[in-house]
Every structure is written in C-alpha cells, then in structure tokens.
Design a protein around this ligand. Structure first.
Ligand SMILES: Cc1ncc(C[n+]2csc(CCOP(=O)(O)OP(=O)(O)O)c2C)c(N)n1
Ligand SMILES: [Mg+2]
Length: 581
C-alpha cells in the first residue's frame, strides 16, 4: 500500500482505518492532485483526509463552480480533478458541472456523500437517488458496496474518466461508509491505472486521407479541443507547415497552433468553411459550433475527413469521405509519415490562399476601424484591442458571456495550447471563475509566473461571482475583467433605467436583458482584499491593466464600462449566433 495509515512501530493488525481515509488514499494512489468542493455532512472527513495525504483541497462557494474547476484541471493536466459534494442539493448543484464536462469530453471525478444506507426510503437527511441521477451526466456512476470495495471503484472511475473519450464519472459514498472503521490490512489499494492506451487509425484509411488531401483544390484543417487534449501541437504544426495548409481553430482549439501563425485563417472563418472542398477535422465535432457541416454554411459536396477518438462520433450529421479512428496526436503523426514518404505542399500561390488572405485583410481592417473609435462609452473592439496589447503571451485566457466571449475570441490571441477556457460545447454561463481558479492552481504549481485573465460579461460574472472570495482566500494570480454593458447581450444606460423605473413597476416593463446600470462589480473584489478598478476610458483601462499586471501580490478585478447598446460587427453574426446560446 502506498503511504501508510499507521504510526511507526504500531501493531498494524489492530489498526483501524476510516472510509474517509480509504477514499483519500485511493485517490492519492490514482495520482489525483486537486480536490474542489463544499464540505458538510457527510464529506468533511474526506476533505480532511485528502489534505493529510497532500491532495490540495480548494473550498469553493458553490458546487457548480467547484465542479467546473475540477473539470478544467482534467482538461489542462490530462488527469481528473475531484469535485467533492454533500448529499442531495450539493450533488444536484454539481450536475451542471458534470454535464458541462461530459459535453466538453473532459475527465472529471465527482464524489458525493449520500444518506446512510439503513435510512434509505425513510426520508433521510438530503436523501436522493444520486447514482441514478448522475447516470445521465456521466460515463460511469457507481456506489462501492463496502469499504473494501472503495479502491477498485475509484480506480475504475479514474480510468473510465480518461480512457476512450474522456468524461465525468461519479462515485457515491453513503454517510455510514465515510465513518466506518475497518482493519487496515483488509483494504487492498489498486495500483494507479495505466495511462490511456493510444489508438491509431488503419493504415489504408491514413493513405486514403492523404490522397484526398493531395487532390484538394481548397483544403482546410479544423483544429478542435480534442487536438488540444491529446497534445497534438507539435505534430499539427509540422503538418500545417510541411504541407502549407490553411487551418481554423475552434474556440478552445485556439493556440494548438498559434493564432498568429501565417496559416491561421481564423479571421476568414465563414469564407473558409463555405468554400473549402476538403475539410480535415482534428478532434472537432460537427455540432452547432461548426454549423453541423451542412449547407448553406458549407459546399454541398465538401469532403470531410474526420479524426476522432470516439467511433460513434464518426458520421454524425454528414457522411465523411474518410474516417480515422484514433488518438488525434497519433493519427496526426501517421498523416505526417505519409507526407514524409511522398512530400507534397499545397501551392502558396493558389487562388484559395489568395481568397482567404484577401478576406482576412478586409475583416481585420473592419475590426481595426471599430477598435480605433474614440467615442465614449467604449465599444467591445476598443476594449479588447487595448487588452490584447498588454496581455502576456503565455497567459491563460478564460472567457464567457455572449458578445463579450464571441468578440473577445476574435481579438484576443492564444499562442499556447490549452490556454483558452470558455463556455464550450454546452455554452454554459458561470464556468469562468471556476475555470480561472483551476488554471491559476495548475499554473502556480507548474509555471509560477503565469497569469490568468478572466474576461467576463457582466451577466456571466454574476453566475459564480462569489468565487471572488475563493480567489482572494487562496490569493490566486487572476485578473478578472468584467465587460459591463448593463445586461445580457445589451442593456440600457442609467438615464433610460431611471425613466423606466419611474413609469411602472420594474418587473412589468424592464427588458429581460437588463441588469442594474453601472453596477460596481469591482467592489466584490475589494470586499475581500483584492484590487478593484472602475474604468470608463481607454486611458483608465490601459493604466489599470498595466498596474494589475505589475502587481503580482493580489488578485484584481477591472470593471470596464462599455456602451450598453454596443454589438459585434455585422459579419460576426455568422459565428456563434445568439440563438445558439
Ligand atoms: C447557465 C446558462 N444560463 C443562461 C444562459 C443564456 N445566456 C447566454 S449568454 C448569457 C449572458 C450574456 O451576457 P453577458 O455575460 O453580460 O455578455 P454580453 O453579451 O452582454 O457581453 C446568458 C444569460 C446560458 N448560456 N447558460
Ligand atoms: Mg453584458
């Protein structure tokens, strides 16, 4: 057994160990490093036991945010984080995080305390059918039958979370099992599960894919977060450069190959999708984010080459020309081998490259023009262009909101893989602060000087705003930017608000998108000892951001007032449309 539950020299045959300690040791044996949660009956002992073994325990203010944080650890490190929750409502709050992790295909372990087994069906405190409830939100949901059974269930949960398509796994621990004492010798810990086996595509399919790519007139690679998760950055960069292929990242695929790479055609996204004749999907699904792969957003006869870890994904919404089932990094290397054997380059002087470059130039010019507007209040583009100027190249960018996230993504650049976290496949608001906390903890341990910039719409910020206290409690290197338009998509200014609320009862006439005008969100940060700024002009924004980046001693929140009716430029409506969120 790794680690010991006993003091030196004690008689081990007599020694007892609690269920809580067995859970902690089983997690430690599976190399779990981080646990997030909210404690209470019956899980406090589990958190204490985990800390005793050196697992970091981060107490959060709501299970939803705790679950988002744990899932982001899974995505960033490839090893699941744990979310620890109490029975009933605690577990219910975590379901949002489990669903989000599963939709994003990120590994996650949720450990839920549950009511005592001998009170089941009697109306026990916070009694709820937790294993059944979690089934819809997870790959695996189980309750160990006994204390001896805990290590193997935890090993299976960890293994299931990372093997195949990653996802959420749930382990239910009844209250009586947490405190039950068992002879230490009767507990057998399962060795740490092996790393996920790496699967490769059939050679014939790889040859066929290479030949379809060679014959393409207007090729396009799409890099998804599956490529980021499989750490395919080196092989994909080689493939892009060796074959001179245009590529488009999905939101969280940004940074796998840097956004400023000359072959990145993000700024001509709609054009690239619409006219490509061969599209290679690297860990990117043809869901709403990619408009299902269907006309009119794509050519009717476009050939898709789908690369995915999950066989069931292949053929969703379109009939692919070639399917490559396997690990994205391994399959990218297989493709590279084909192009090493018979070198080939897509011609730099092709009409397709010319079209894409032309479109990128006009789109970039339109954004620059909006960014250069000096009128006050500022618009989104002005805000993001100033932020982009100062952002450290290696920072994590976390973002959520509607306009804030969509416009921010087009302006803020990612240069490193797995350094962007956002509302993701499920379009979930409320993920931002939990994700930022996870990124900051991982950064603190692995590259201590890195900063986390969390770009929040004012509505998005509200979902988990109290996690600012968590950020301050652990003094995490996070700068929160609240892009404040007084509402969801749009709001109204203070004058209009005043007039409206004088007219009739607010609930009958205030537009549903409106939030309180000029809310001082920065005071949420100062309330807990962090730094807060309220900014209304480009100069104030530049100065506060500069100070925030220089002062590494404290977390910071900059509340950036913008024009309440500011929107995105026309062509961006093609991208993540509001109706999709
Ligand atoms: C959990 C959840 N609830 C509600 C929504 C619907 N929704 C989409 S974006 C959004 C907030 C947009 O407002 P804000 O964050 O202020 O960004 P803005 O567009 O104003 O810049 C909401 C509530 C959602 N996506 N997820
Ligand atoms: Mg807003």
């Amino acid at each position: 057994m790794p680690g010991s539950n006993s003091g030196e020299g004690s008689d081990r045959s007599e020694e007892q160990v609690s269920g809580a300690k067995v859970i902690a040791q089983a997690l430690k044996t599976q190399n779990v490093e981080y646990m997030f949660g909210v404690v209470g009956i019956p899980v406090t002992e589990i958190a204490l036991a985990a800390q005793e073994l050196g697992i970091r325990y981060i107490g959060m203010r709501n299970e939803q945010a705790a679950c988002y944080a744990a899932s982001a650890v899974g995505y960033l490190t490839g090893r699941p984080g744990v979310c620890l929750v109490v029975s009933g409502p605690g577990l219910i709050h975590a379901l949002g995080g489990m669903a989000n992790a599963n939709m994003n295909c990120w590994p996650l372990i949720v450990i839920g305390g549950s009511s005592e087994r001998n009170q089941e069906t009697m109306g026990a405190f916070q009694e709820f059918p937790q294993v059944e409830a979690c089934r819809l939100y997870s790959k695996f949901s189980a309750r160990p039958a006994s204390i001896e059974h805990i290590p193997s269930v935890i090993e299976k949960a960890v293994r299931s979370s990372i093997y195949g398509r990653p996802g959420a796994c749930y382990v239910d621990i009844p209250a009586d099992l947490v405190i039950l004492q068992e002879n230490v010798n009767s507990i057998k810990y399962k060795e740490c599960c092996m790393p996920s086996p790496v699967s490769m595509a059939e050679t014939s399919a790889v040859c066929m894919a290479a030949s379809v790519i060679r014959d393409a007139k207007r090729p396009l690679l799409i890099i998804g977060k599956g490529a980021a998760y499989s750490r395919a950055e080196d092989s994909l960069r080689k493939l892009v450069e060796q074959c001179n292929l245009p590529f488009l990242p999905t939101p969280m695929g940004k940074g796998v190959v840097p956004d400023n790479h000359p072959n990145c055609v993000g700024a001509a996204r709609s054009r690239a999708l619409q006219f490509a004749d061969v599209i290679v999907l690297f860990g990117a699904r043809l869901n709403w984010i990619l408009h299902f792969g269907l006309p009119p957003r794509y050519q009717a006869n476009v050939k898709f080459i789908q690369i995915d870890i999950c066989a069931e994904e292949l053929g969703n919404n379109v009939r692919p020309s070639v399917t490559l089932l396997g690990d994205i990094n391994a399959v990218s290397k297989q493709l590279l081998e084909q192009f090493d054997k018979t070198p080939w380059q897509y011609p730099i002087d092709s009409k397709w490259w010319e079209t894409l470059r032309e479109k990128m130039r006009t789109n970039e010019a339109a954004s620059k023009e909006l960014a250069s507007k000096r009128s006050l209040p500022m618009n989104y583009y002005t805000v993001f262009s100033h932020v982009q100027e100062q952002l450290p190249r290696d920072c994590f960018i976390v973002s959520e909101g509607a306009n804030t996230m969509d416009i921010g993504r087009t302006v803020l650049q990612n240069y490193l893989p797995r350094h962007r976290l956002d509302a993701g496949t499920f379009g979930t608001m409320g993920v931002g602060l939990g994700f930022a906390i996870a990124a900051a903890l991982v950064a603190k341990d692995r590259s201590p000087r890195q900063r986390v910039i969390c770009v929040e719409g004012d509505s998005a910020f509200g979902f988990s705003g109290m996690e600012v206290e968590t950020i301050c409690r652990y003094n995490l290197p996070i700068i929160v930017l609240v892009v404040n338009n007084n509402g969801i998509y749009q709001g109204v200014d203070a004058d209009t608000w005043g007039k409206m609320s004088n007219l009739q009862e607010a609930a009958t006439i205030v537009p549903p998108m409106c939030l309180l005008p000029n809310a001082h969100y920065e005071q949420v940060m100062t309330a807990f000892g962090g730094k807060g700024y309220f900014v209304q002009t480009p100069e104030e924004l530049q100065n506060s951001l500069k100070q925030a980046l220089e002062d590494t001693s404290k977390p910071c929140l900059i509340n950036i007032m913008i024009e309440p009716q500011s929107t995105r430029k026309a062509q961006d409506f093609h991208w993540l449309t509001r109706s999709n969120m």
